[in-house]
Design a protein around this ligand. Structure first.
Ligand code: NAD
Ligand code: TDX
Length: 331
């Protein structure tokens, strides 16, 4: 099977490529990635000989049409992915997340190929802390930020192309990922790499906001399960029952790095900051048999901290520029 992976030099996409090389050795993989600030070519170094790499944008119709024609399946990770950036400058989110997805949809329609579209639980908006309900596949979209609105837009385009044009596609909406090779702008790697440099973790607002954490390998195993066993036209929510608030995550990171429990500081909150996400993944589990392997966030964080400690050359080049952006935003 020839698989085109968009965004394969980013966090989840590169981990997908590495994992697929391990567990699906008969897949022929091509990565299409624009190499934005969020990409890191070095993530693909271990498989450079076995994976074709094409630098280019999913918004480039000619490039997308010709690449899709040569593959059987498109796994679509490429996106602008950071909420804080979308509040600062929304345009790249519109271009990559909406127009880029539109180009891919037209290409898979023209060439009759299979698409798996990667999305996020943020399209559903947020929940109260004490709400007993979690997000399901039938929760209405209600996005808060330009980022989540652009992802909800892309999801709706995919649903429309399924219904009106009958394309062979599936969608997954996953909760917050953590693990190796995540950009240092994101919450967990920002704090781990800050601690390595002697800087206190930075908590937005009160830190009561809850995220439903999943290890990136569990997310990618679910994506493989949906590609192989998912029903065409369906949406699947991916989550590992990993709800923790941001204070609890910082407490764990401080404990695992041997720092005092109060060694962190509060910074300005994010405008429109979603309070809580929570995923009910029973449909995915029942239909594909998938279950997360990382049941213990402490073990997953230990592995992640060790990875950042051992791979400073991977993250150092992006760290100073990332903190300059946060300094400008007052976060
Ligand atoms: P990331 O920012 O680490 O990587 C995104 C990759 O896409 C980068 O390599 C970038 O160069 C590439 N890209 C961006 N615009 C492009 C374009 N126009 N053409 C080609 N390549 C382009 O993001 P991530 O965290 O790995 O997220 C991957 C996908 O998973 C996204 O669709 C995101 O919405 C979704 N998602 C992420 C999370 C999470 O917790 N990180 C959770 C659920 C869903
Ligand atoms: O320094 C920080 N301090 C802090 O308290 C940063 C960077 C974040 N936070 C908070 C904001 C959120 O409540 O931590 C939480 C997680 O923040 P992010 O890592 O920016 O993730 P989030 O906004 O939840 O979105 C992530 O999960 C869903 C991904 O970035 C998205 O791509 C994905 O769709």
């Amino acid at each position: 099977m020839k698989v085109l992976v968009t965004g394969g030099a980013g966090f989840i996409g590169s981990n997908f490529v590495l994992r697929a090389r391990e567990v699906r050795r008969d897949w022929q993989l091509t990565v299409l990635d624009a190499l934005t600030y969020a990409a890191n070519r070095a993530s693909l170094d271990p498989v450079a000989e076995q994976v074709e790499f094409v630098e280019g944008s999913i918004a480039d119709a000619d490039l997308v049409y010709s690449l899709v024609a040569e593959h059987d399946v498109v796994v679509h990770f490429a996106a602008e992915s950071h909420n804080d950036n979308s509040l600062d400058n929304p345009w790249p989110f519109m271009e990559s997340n909406i127009i880029g997805t539109y180009r891919l949809l037209e290409a898979v329609r023209r060439h009759g190929k299979r698409l798996h579209h990667i999305s996020t639980d943020e399209v559903y908006g947020d929940l109260e802390l004490d709400d007993p309900q979690r997000f399901t596949e039938s929760t209405p979209v209600n996005p808060s930020s330009p980022y989540s609105a652009s992802k909800a837009s892309a999801d709706l385009l995919v649903r429309a192309w399924i219904r009106s044009f009958g394309i062979s596609a599936t969608i997954s909406n996953c909760s917050n990922n953590y693990g190796p090779r995540q950009h240092v702008e994101k919450f967990i790697p920002r704090q781990i790499t800050g601690i390595i440099q002697g800087v206190k973790p930075k908590l937005y607002g009160t830190g009561a906001n809850v995220r439903d954490w999943i290890h990136v390998d569990d997310h990618n195993d679910a994506v493989i399960a949906i590609i192989e066993r998912g029903r065409l036209g369906e949406t699947y929510l991916i989550g590992a029952d990993g709800e923790l608030n941001n204070r609890e995550i910082i407490a764990l990171i401080l404990e695992l790095t041997g720092k005092p429990a109060d060694w962190f500081e509060h910074v300005n909150d994010r405008p429109g900051h979603d309070l809580r996400y929570a995923i009910d993944s029973s449909k995915l589990r029942a239909e594909t048999g998938w279950a997360p392997r990382y049941q213990d966030i402490r073990a997953g964080l230990r592995q992640t901290i060790d990875w950042y400690a051992a791979n400073e050359a991977w993250w150092q080049p992006a760290k100073a520029a990332t903190e300059q952006v946060y300094a400008r935003l007052g976060r």
